[in-house]
Write a protein that binds this ligand. Structure first.
Ligand SMILES: [Zn+2]
Length: 251
């Protein structure tokens, strides 16, 4: 694929020149079971030495995914319960909204977290990734009691508990052709986030959806990894290390 990555290189050069290292993490949503697309994602991550975080839908997932991830540098987070849309007609899609009683929603999340821990053991990181990146604010304060240590939605992090570990750059053009967004727009988003967080200790979250990737999406990831992995101005990290922000922070 074509596309100019030079603004990203220049931004990372600025980080490296300041003696800093930006932390990137990759959040890939909607995994349930092994598929050819998942194989491609896992191969891409392993080939470049990039740790991956899969936001796994707990209700339909099972042992096959756990077996597939064995021995890989992959962590899993909880992607809702069944990725069902309970929003009222005409409202934006949402599983964890106010339409249902909170105890019902929270019980699903507790069951889901137990399911991921049973299947994935130490690979399961107690971070909730709400489907469609939406959650009723009233539910958030209940998450710690269920054992969640983090919440990951899209955009700048809000203050408060549990700690927010968001994604900030979305690979996919959802409103258009549902393939990769334009390279220049993706690079611009990455640079904007890098510039916004320099010196703050915050990270850059890159969001992918392996089940819908077109050739351009895979191509963008390959180029992004090839460019960033060897660069002194950044490093890719797993989700669990972002939960312990004082460990190894050098930005
Ligand atoms: Zn999803």
């Amino acid at each position: 694929m074509t596309g100019d990555f030079s603004p990203l290189v220049a931004a990372l050069d600025r980080w490296a020149g300041a003696g800093r290292q930006a932390r990137f993490w990759l959040r890939d949503d909607d995994a349930v079971a092994p598929t050819p697309a998942l194989d491609r994602l896992l191969a891409l991550g392993a080939g470049h030495g990039v740790p991956l975080t899969l936001a796994v839908i707990p209700q339909p997932t099972g042992q096959a995914l756990a077996d597939r991830l064995e021995g890989l540098d992959v962590e899993v987070a909880l992607h809702g319960w069944s990725h069902a849309d309970h929003a009222a007609q005409g409202r934006k899609s949402c599983e964890l909204g106010p339409e249902r009683p909170a105890p019902v929603v929270l019980a699903e999340l507790a069951t889901g977290l137990a399911q991921l821990r049973r299947l994935h053991g130490a690979r399961a990181v107690p971070v909730l990734v709400p489907p469609w990146n939406r959650i009723d604010p009233a539910l958030i304060q209940q998450l710690a009691a269920l054992g969640f240590r983090g919440l990951s939605v899209f955009g700048p992090e809000a203050e408060g508990a549990p700690v927010r570990i968001n994604a900030h750059v979305d690979l996919i053009d959802w409103r258009g052709h549902r393939g990769a967004r334009d390279t220049a727009a993706l690079v611009a988003d990455l640079v904007a986030r890098l510039d916004a967080v320099q010196g703050s200790g915050a990270h850059v979250g890159f969001m992918t959806h392996h089940l819908v990737h077109d050739a351009a999406a895979w191509g963008f990831m390959d180029r992004l990894f090839a460019l960033t992995v060897p660069h002194a101005g950044c490093r890719w990290t797993g989700l669990s290390s972002l939960l312990a922000p004082d460990q190894g922070r050098i930005n």
